[in-house]
Ligand binder design. Structure first.
Ligand code: BTN
Length: 258
């Protein structure tokens, strides 16, 4: 069940969006299109609500109306092994568009791997999924971005908040898409023209917990140590108490202020 597209929308910079009222998941719809050869590089899929919104690590992403749900399709020009770079590009884009709207720019930060925090609480999350092995031999990535605009879920693992809490001129999903699609083009250009090293530096400039003691959950284990930075591919670099360096590819930062 994919629902019927409400409308095609033209976005700044020549991009387009397909706007659904309700859908299972914008990431899922993007992947469906790619699988049947209907992927369009740079196309945004958005919905007012999702019935099976998904988060990282197989979790559910609650998708209340009034919040923002979108996925952008990317036909990869870099090897599939570097797809995770796009999650940092997406975090930069979402972070920039949120920062543009907030008077107190300093309260927006990034939490590894790709959450956007306002005042230390989660306001946006990103889910990157890829598709390869197609007849066309193309590799695709779908960057799904969820932004809490007018409400935040309460029963969550990490404290959450929403954007309209912090701004006087309340914004809606259409305005968010306009800002985000522009920021996405700018952030992707940084990766294409200046490389992941610059993306990583920009992300680290606003990283929460850098050079501090943090706790990261990997599988069923918790690791405490100093957050030293990002590895070549965006891995979290943790210095453990015994002096050993650990590079974490996938996990959850559970505490930032030990
Ligand atoms: C996370 O923090 O766990 C990632 C959340 C990603 C949610 C977005 S909402 C739009 C897109 N469609 C989905 O089903 N998920 C992503």
């Amino acid at each position: 069940m994919t629902g019927h597209p409400a409308a095609f929308l033209d976005l700044p910079g020549g991009a387009r969006a397909l706007v659904f009222d309700e859908i299972d998941s914008t990431n899922q719809e993007a992947l469906r299109r790619i699988r049947v050869g209907e992927g369009q590089n740079g196309l945004w899929i958005t919905a007012k609500t999702q019935t099976s919104g998904r988060g990282r690590r197989g979790r559910e992403w609650l998708s209340a109306r009034g919040n923002f749900f979108a996925s952008v399709l990317v036909k990869l020009r870099i090897p599939l092994a570097r797809a995770s770079e796009l999650s940092f590009v997406a975090a930069l884009a979402a972070g920039q568009s949120i920062t543009e709207l907030i008077a107190n720019k300093g309260c927006v930060s990034f939490k590894w791997p790709n959450d956007i925090l306002i005042d230390g609480k989660k306001a946006a999350g990103i889910l990157i999924e890829s598709e390869s092995g197609l007849k066309s031999k193309e590799n695709w990535v779908v960057a799904g971005i969820g932004i809490n605009i007018s409400s935040a879920p309460e029963e969550v693992r990490y404290p959450a908040t929403f954007l309209n809490n912090y701004i006087s001129d309340k914004i809606n999903e259409n305005k968010m898409l306009e800002l985000l699609s522009k920021a996405w083009i700018r952030s992707l250009a940084v990766l294409d023209e200046e490389g992941f090293g610059v993306v990583r530096k920009l992300w680290l400039n606003k990283a929460e917990g850098l050079a501090r003691e943090i706790c990261v959950r990997v599988g069923d284990d918790d690791y405490k140590g100093t957050f030293e930075g990002l590895g070549e591919g965006g891995e979290l670099v943790l210095r453990l108490a015994d002096g050993k360096k650990m590079e974490i590819i996938a996990g959850d930062v559970t505490e930032l202020n030990l």
